[in-house]
Structure formats: C-alpha cells, structure tokens
Design a protein around this ligand. Structure first.
Ligand code: LLP
Length: 420
C-alpha cells in the first residue's frame, strides 16, 4: 500500500531538528522548502490539461519568505482578506496572479480589491448585483455552492446546503439574470467544498456540477475547483490519491474544453497539500508528571500556538527528537495553557526526559496562522530550511509586541497611586 506520509517525511531526513531547537530556541516552527517543491511538482504532474494554474491558498501559512518561495515555483495566490492580498503583493506576486475569494464582505471591500488589481470572486447574489449596478468593467469570478457534503469535519465542510459559502447552484438562473441585465462579465467559475476531503468521488461529483455551470457562461478564462485534498497525518494514513484524481478530472476537463470550443485554464487552490507536511513544530518538555492514570508530558507551548488538535481533534504525529531510540513509553502530551489543551493522548514516544525536544508533524498548514496571544503568551519564531541551510524568518514575539496596540488613558493612575 502506498504511504504518502512516510514518503514525504523522508524529505526531512537530513534536517537536524535538535540543532535547530538549540540555535533558535523553542517553541519554533520550522518549514522545509524541499517539501513544498515536491508537493507542487506532484500536483502539476497529476494533471494533463493544456492550461493549469495553481493558486496557493496562503491562509494556510503566510510568512512572506514562504510566499516568496512559492512564487519561485510559478504559483499564483488565493487570498481571503485584503491583508493577505497585500502580503502577496509585498512578496512580489503580480496582482493578476492573485484571486481574492472573501466570504461575506461589503462592496467597499471588493472595490478596494479591484483597485489593487486582483481578480475577484463573488460569493453572494447581493454582491453580484451591487457589482453589476456599479457598472464595473472588471470581469468577475462567481463562487458556486454545489451542495455537496465533503470535508474532514463539520467545521471545514463548506460546500453543503447549510453552508454560508458561495451562491447556491439553485440560484444559477438568478445569477444569469443579473449578468444579462447588468452586462457584468463573468470570466471564471469557482467552487470549494471543504478541507481534508479523502475520496476522489466527491471531487468528481462537484466537478461535474461546476462544469455544467460553466457551459452557461460564454466568456470563461478559467474554472477553479478550489481545494481540500486530504493530506496524511501519520504513517499509513489515507490521503487523497492526487494522481488518480488528476487523471480522472483531466479527462473530463479536456472533454469540457472540446465542447466549450476553446481552452480554458483549470485552477486549484491548494493549502494543506503544499505546506502541511512542510512544517514541524518544535517544543521542549517542561515537566513529566505521573498521575494515577496517566503520564503527562507538559510542553512549553499550548493551544495558543497549535490549536488544531483542540479545535478539530486533528492528529499531529509527535516524536521525541532528542531521544528517538529511548525506551518507548505511553504519554499524553499537553500544553501550558490554563485550560485543557491536549496535543495527543496515548502516544508512544522514546522515553521523555525534562528538557527533551518534541517535534509535531504536519505543522505547516493552519498552525502558525491560527496562533494567538492567549494567556498573554508570545507567538513562536519561524525558521525556513532551504537547500540545507536554516534561516530565521520570524522572530519570537516579545511582551512589547503583545501590548503594542494597547492604548493607556491615564484615567486610573491617580487612584492607583493613592492606594499604593
Ligand atoms: N480555497 C478556499 C476558497 C478555501 O476556503 C480554502 C480553505 C482553500 C482553498 C484551501 O484548502 P486546503 O487545501 O488547505 O484544504 N483551518 C482548517 C482548514 C480551513 C480551510 C479553510 N479554507 C484546518 O486547520 O483544518
């Protein structure tokens, strides 16, 4: 059986994680460009269509150096906020390589995006109508909700009938009416049904729906199938078979182009697929505590740095990288936050001594970008490994960073001076 997790983890074989922990301190996120490149090339190879465009879903990991690296591979960007757009532009992406896909924003915000020159993706009838009435010359993409249930859990399933995302497939006649009445130019159609979608079947079912929709628009330049490929989280874990999906979807897409009468681009917006396994998170074991039922390892991090296990019950593989050959023991790995923040229960790790460095896998996507300052803790540093060398690409925060946006009023100083 194929084991994509182990194959990709092999790209970390030469990286000395304990040395990185000593050089840069912990907690620290470490990203490996070799993994991003490997995944990017796999995806390109999986599709056999005349025009393929990959837009990296940068919400997964927005460090500017990562964006600059992804750009060298030839990718564009999928952005969901104006600040992500600005980061993309700062990283050197041209506006025409950025598609802006926000959810539930005002016309003002869309107009700002138009002023920045990026492509815009419209996810409500109301916004489509307003853009049409604004008589914009700018072509738009329309985000369709195909009403397909797909995704690893309810929080990340976004293409079903109860989801807030996109314009319902049943409202297509209304979309066409607005387009006809306002003269709005639709140059793209889009869908994104969820994240961590394992089976190829829901992708293909949704793709068939989107291709049907596409036939209704005569001026398309691209069809964007979003993303959601499931990545593996441990050895032997199941993941989307990208090669199989690429083959099946390419056949359908080539047929579509033939019937449509011209070649349009096939787009995807991978986030996890490109960067999930490209990241490791290194923490230090602060305390090993044995209770009547459990041996806990308490580490110098918590849900403030990596919330996925607590928020989605996501599995992140954990290893003791400073004692990998130690006698295996069963541990529950927990954070230092003042509420229950369990990273993993019943994990077999080489015996953990206080001071050992633990490494979490799949820490590239939605880890640092979802980090917070809860408990007034600072966010970690980030290190990028490129061609065998490690580079600091974000400094660890300080207390000054944490309070930098607070404004003192002076209102309480006198009373406090009196009581002290
Ligand atoms: N395109 C759109 C419009 C999206 O909303 C997303 C993710 C993607 C592409 C990329 O999907 P991916 O390839 O990463 O599955 N925080 C959650 C995942 C939220 C995904 C949000 N949208 C997690 O940590 O599992």
């Amino acid at each position: 059986m194929r084991d994509d997790f182990t194959a990709v983890e092999g790209l970390w074989a030469d990286v000395d994680l304990p040395a990185i922990a000593s050089e840069f301190g912990t907690p620290v996120y470490v990203y490996n460009t070799a993994v991003i490149k490997h995944q990017y090339e796999r995806l390109v190879k999986a599709f056999d269509v005349p025009k393929l465009a990959l837009h990296y879903a940068c919400k997964a990991l927005t460090n500017l150096e990562v964006l600059r690296y992804v750009r060298t591979l030839g990718a564009g960007l999928d952005c969901v906020s104006l600040n992500e757009v600005r980061l993309g532009l700062m990283a050197g992406f041209s506006a025409s390589d950025i598609l802006y896909t926000p959810s539930g924003v005002s016309l003002n915000e869309m107009e700002e995006a138009i002023a920045l020159g990026v492509g815009i993706n419209v996810d409500s009838i109301s916004l489509l109508e307003q853009l049409g009435q604004a008589q914009t010359e700018v072509p738009v993409c329309v985000r369709i909700n195909p009403h397909i249930m797909a995704g690893g859990n309810s929080k990340i399933s976004v293409g079903h009938i109860d989801s807030k995302f996109g314009i319902s497939i049943y409202q297509l006649p209304h979309v066409l009416r607005i387009v006809e009445a306002t003269g709005l130019k639709v140059h793209g159609v889009h869908m994104h049904t969820g994240s961590d979608i394992l089976d190829v079947a829901p992708f293909l079912a949704a793709a068939d729906i989107l291709l049907d929709v596409a036939h209704k628009f005569k001026d398309l330049d691209y069809i964007d199938f979003g993303s959601g490929f499931k990545v593996p989280y441990k050895a032997g874990d199941i993941s989307t078979n990208i090669e199989e999906m690429g083959e099946l979807l390419s056949v359908r897409f080539r047929d579509f182009c033939k019937n449509y009468g011209r070649e349009v681009a096939l787009c995807f917006e991978p986030g996890k697929f490109l960067v999930s396994q490209a990241g490791k998170f290194l923490v230090e074991a602060n305390v090993v505590k044995t209770t009547p039922s459990t041996v806990f390892v308490g580490v110098n991090s918590g849900l403030n740095h990596l919330i996925r296990p607590m928020f989605y019950e996501s599995y992140h593989h954990i290893e003791n990288v400073t004692n990998p050959d130690g006698k295996a023991r069963i541990y529950t790995v927990v954070g230092y936050i003042c509420e229950t923040d369990t990273f993993g229960t019943n994990r077999q790790l080489g015996e953990v001594r206080e001071g050992d460095i633990l490494s979490f896998s799949n820490a590239g996507a939605y880890c640092m970008t979802m980090a917070s300052n809860y408990n007034s803790r600072v966010r970690p540093a980030e290190v990028l490994i490129h061609e065998g060398k490690s580079h600091l690409v974000r400094k660890r925060e300080t207390i000054e960073d944490v309070i930098s946006t607070q404004v003192g009023t002076g209102l309480f100083e006198q009373v406090n001076a009196e009581i002290s």
